[in-house]
Design a protein around this ligand. Structure first.
Ligand code: FES
Length: 353
């Protein structure tokens, strides 16, 4: 539909269409009176009030959907239990609460955005206006002044005379970016499979991180949370920070009858389970244990893991369960590892490839 189809009296008096249909605010003397734009196509909503009404209703519908989705978000937050797991194809078993919150909030935001876009495209002002811009180039007088100021500055700094200063300054300015380039070295070499192995080996004793004493099975009581490291790893060791970040353990004693996961039970010792302390989201140390529910919580982004069910994720952004370390006791009653973790510890993205 072109502007020629619009009665001239329907256009604003000071913005009449030219012979191409383009609308301009310029008068005859204005240099942008004809900006050379292609003929302007008016929207159906500009010339048909019923079409405009339809667009208005569509925008109102989208905003209403957004309101309903927000009400749904609040209802889901109140009504769905935190630990409810649902099966959603093709996502599999996921937290019902997370799914409901994500869907409703996503819908609420999408509808606001879609409504605003539809409103802008169909109902807001659609005039093409030529906007005059001034020349970017400075005037000859301004350029001459800058040139003179620069020469004056160079003269006052005596750079031309003080060649030693000039040369050393150029040398310093040339070299200083090299420090940034040198830091790039820290990006390599690739870790390859180093992230897949920890210090845990068959027969390594579990040492209490607080007391530095090897842990006996009898030291671990129901309801307590103990942090452990491999024997032989001391704080003054060169590699302590790297190794502790991979090998740190959480030790908890559960009632064997409360352990739902069969493999977890087999890898435990009389209900004592050992899990990586490093959250599988982005690697914060997990530190909160709720004895009644057997849940552990990561303080960084609230990922929650169920220690009575293979430490699977029941809430939060973590991508997968905490890795379990298989443990037993030696002849003297000390807890010992029966091997390394059988999967990488820490953030899920280590598993790539
Ligand atoms: S690091 Fe644990 S939830 Fe983000």
């Amino acid at each position: 539909m072109s502007s020629q189809d619009i009665p001239e009296e329907n256009l604003p008096a000071e913005r009449a269409a030219d012979e191409h249909g383009a609308v301009s605010v310029a008068d005859e003397k204005h240099p942008f009176a004809d900006p050379g734009l292609p003929p302007h196509e008016h929207r159906i909503q500009d010339i048909d009030e019923r079409a405009a009404k339809r667009s208005e209703r569509a925008v109102a519908f989208l905003f209403t959907m957004s309101m309903l989705a927000t009400v749904g978000f609040i209802a889901a937050f109140v009504a769905i239990p935190v630990d409810e797991i649902v099966y959603i194809w093709p996502l599999g078993h996921i937290s019902g609460l997370n799914f409901a919150l994500g869907m409703t909030l996503g819908l609420a935001l999408f509808c606001i955005g879609a409504g605003a876009v539809h409103w802008a495209r169909t109902l807001m002002s659609d005039e093409e206006i030529a906007d005059e811009r001034h020349a970017i180039e400075a005037s000859p007088e301004d350029r001459a002044k800058v040139h003179a100021d620069f020469k004056q500055g160079a003269k006052e700094s005596a750079l031309g005379r003080r060649k030693l200063i000039r040369n050393t300054m150029l040398g310093a300015l040339t070299l200083v970016p090299l420090s940034g380039i040198v830091l790039l070295r820290d990006l390599g070499p690739l870790p390859e499979d180093k992230l897949r192995h920890t210090l845990w080996r068959r027969g390594k004793l579990l040492v209490n991180m607080n007391t530095d004493e090897p842990l006996r099975a009898s030291d671990v009581t129901v309801g307590s949370l103990t942090f452990a490291k491999p024997e032989g790893l001391e704080e003054h060791d060169h590699e302590f920070q790297n190794e502790i970040a991979k090998a740190a353990l959480m030790i908890v004693r559960l009632e064997p009858k409360d352990i739902k996961d069969k493999r977890e039970l087999e890898w435990s010792h009389e209900g004592i389970v050992a899990y990586s302390k490093i959250c599988t989201h982005v690697g914060c140390p997990i530190s909160l244990y709720e004895q009644q529910t057997h849940h552990v919580l990561c303080p960084c982004h609230q990922s929650t893991f169920d220690l009575s069910d293979g430490a699977r994720v029941i809430f939060g952004p973590a991508g997968h369960a905490l890795p379990q370390l298989r443990i037993g006791v030696n002849d003297e009653g000390y807890l010992e590892a029966l091997g390394d973790f059988d999967e990488p510890v820490g953030p899920s993205f280590w598993e790539r490839g």
